[in-house]
Design a protein around this ligand. Structure first.
Ligand SMILES: [Fe+2]
Ligand SMILES: [Fe+2]
Length: 156
């Protein structure tokens, strides 16, 4: 998550799409070592990204606006589903079987894109003046996540 650009709240999700594309391309030509390294990097980055949202941004939006329509709860549920798909892929990628790998990668990529689009809309709607005025404090809290163990359980 790039916390320094003007895009700080609706942060850059494109790198996760690109990472899965790169992973797929490596696997497609049988470069499994490279595919696994790319996947590992994707997982490390995604863990931090989700932790920033789970532990800073989502609670912040609830603090500011409540969650009357349950959208934040819904986004959080989408994170749970993504973790499930990522852990399936972490298991499947070990088999070096491209068809099987693709069967797991495609639903993950689709669910992640949908989640990211959904999240960007929610964040844009919720970014009120009060949140924008707290920018420095929020960026500091986002950066502090780097040094904390995450609360979410990843079973692999
Ligand atoms: Fe998210
Ligand atoms: Fe996100």
């Amino acid at each position: 998550m790039n916390t320094t650009s003007d895009n700080w709240l609706v942060h850059d999700h494109h790198q996760y799409d690109a990472a899965l594309d790169d992973c797929e391309m490596a696997a497609d030509v049988g470069e499994w070592k490279k595919a696994k390294d790319l996947f590992q990097k994707f997982v490390t980055d995604l863990k931090l990204h989700m932790q920033m949202e789970d532990e800073v941004l989502y609670p912040l939006f609830i603090e500011e606006n409540g969650d009357p329509d349950g959208v934040i709860a819904h986004l959080s549920g989408e994170h749970d589903y993504l973790v499930h798909l990522v852990s399936d892929l972490a298991y499947i990628i070990k088999s070096n079987d491209f068809d099987h790998f693709l069967d797991c990668l495609e639903p993950l990529h689709k669910a992640m894109s949908q989640h990211n689009n959904h999240e960007e809309k929610v964040f844009l709607n919720m970014a009120n003046q009060s949140i924008l005025m707290r920018r420095d404090e929020i960026v500091e809290r986002l950066n502090a996540v780097h040094d904390k163990p995450g609360k979410r359980v990843w079973d692999f």
